[in-house]
Write a protein that binds this ligand. Structure first.
Ligand SMILES: CC(C)(COP(=O)(O)OP(=O)(O)OC[C@H]1O[C@@H](n2cnc3c(N)ncnc32)[C@H](O)[C@@H]1OP(=O)(O)O)[C@@H](O)C(=O)NCCC(=O)NCCS
Length: 338
């Protein structure tokens, strides 16, 4: 809790002291009330989720699966499958289907607690359950998603919209003996994810600055390309494509119109942690659309040699080798546009 008003005790009349004290205590109470409302909301929310897992999932209700512990940070859960007649085989050991239901539910619970259920869907695609020993008592499964895992999943979802996740969990009895191991693969999707990603084209100095920030990170810091090579004086006559994910620029390209209805595509770069999600492909496609809008007839690019196949997928043709920058061999490629 922080109080934003700072009072100086100098030159205050006694009545002013009282006013100050009153205001401070009001602020304090207001903050406390906000904190209490927030924690109450969280508790009600958690109770509703618990109710959903235990009563609205028919199989969980049927087997009597209960969430017995939720860690303070809501990241780790323990679920219990009761040892009761309805869950047993004729030999009085816990039925495999009940064990499967217990172990398979746990990741759904972890996802439910970490991702807004209103705009996420989760579907199991493969399950493998290994029975280690018969269950002869209440059974438990403990599971949690670490903060790093949640962050990584958030990132993938905001860029790609969906991902396949694999996890393993262990079913134990009350004494901690291993009863079964479940390996599961499921598909997690964010509904309407593409709202999170957009590409903008700009020519303003803000666009140049945003582009320059990524160039600095990728070309200078990561690839060790000298900064002077970037200063070709073309930024102000170029169109800068900026790919935003969650409001943050994560990828760029630059399209520079030159004489004879030609243009040069350059500075294609994506922040390291956002690579492999198809962002560069979207940027290149958007650059081609922008070139068409500008009635460009031919696009040139001078990429790293190892990206030849990548650019060929868009229709660029290899022309020749084009020298090297630091340790990077460059090539010249071209593409005619109708
Ligand atoms: C090259 C770069 C822009 C690709 O961005 P990205 O968003 O990861 O690209 P996409 O996800 O759209 O496409 C990935 C494709 O790029 C190609 N690619 C990326 N890095 C590659 C490499 N080191 N070697 C060969 N191909 C590579 C592959 O075809 C890859 O497809 P795959 O994942 O199916 O193998 C990004 O790695 C980057 O910024 N690199 C550093 C800067 C740079 O070299 N820019 C190129 C200047 S021409």
């Amino acid at each position: 809790m922080t109080l934003s008003i700072v009072y100086s005790s100098h030159n205050l009349e006694p009545v002013q002291y009282v006013e100050v004290l009153l205001q401070l205590s009001q602020n304090f109470l207001l903050c406390k009330r906000k904190e209490m409302t927030k924690s109450l909301k969280e508790r009600v929310n958690n109770l509703m989720k618990k109710w959903f897992v235990e009563y609205l999932v028919p199989a969980n209700r049927r087997f009597g699966i209960k969430i017995v512990t939720i860690s303070d940070d809501s990241k780790t859960f323990i679920l219990k499958l009761p040892y009761k007649r309805k869950n047993l085989n004729v030999g009085r050991t816990v039925h495999g289907a009940a064990i499967m239901c217990l172990a398979e539910t746990v990741h759904g619970v972890a996802v439910l607690w970490n991702f807004d259920p209103k705009n996420h869907r989760m579907v199991t695609s493969t399950t493998y359950l290994q029975f280690i020993k018969p269950g002869r008592s209440d059974l438990f499964v403990k599971f949690g998603l670490s903060e790093e895992t949640v962050e990584r999943l958030e990132q993938v979802l905001s860029v790609k919209g969906n991902t396949d996740v694999e996890y393993e969990c262990q079913v134990t009895d009350g004494d901690g003996n291993l009863v079964a191991i479940l390996k599961n693969k499921y598909h997690l999707a964010r509904l309407g994810y593409n709202k999170d990603m957009r590409i903008e084209v700009g020519q303003s100095s803000e666009s140049i600055q945003a582009s320059y920030k990524i160039r600095n990170e990728v070309f200078f810091e990561e690839q060790g390309i000298p900064m002077e090579l970037d200063l070709d004086g073309c930024d102000h006559k170029s169109h800068h494509l900026l790919a935003f994910v969650n409001g943050q620029v994560v990828g760029i390209s630059r399209l520079t119109p030159i004489e004879n209805k030609k243009a040069i595509l350059s500075r294609v770069a994506v922040k390291k942690e956002y690579r492999g999600f198809g962002i560069a492909s979207k940027i290149v496609k958007a650059s081609l659309i922008q070139a068409e809008k500008l009635k460009v007839r031919n696009i040139e690019i001078t990429p790293h040699e190892y990206l030849r196949e990548f650019y060929e997928t868009f229709g660029f043709k290899y022309i020749e080798k084009a020298g090297a920058v630091t340790f990077h061999q460059l090539i010249k490629m071209e593409m005619p546009l109708c």
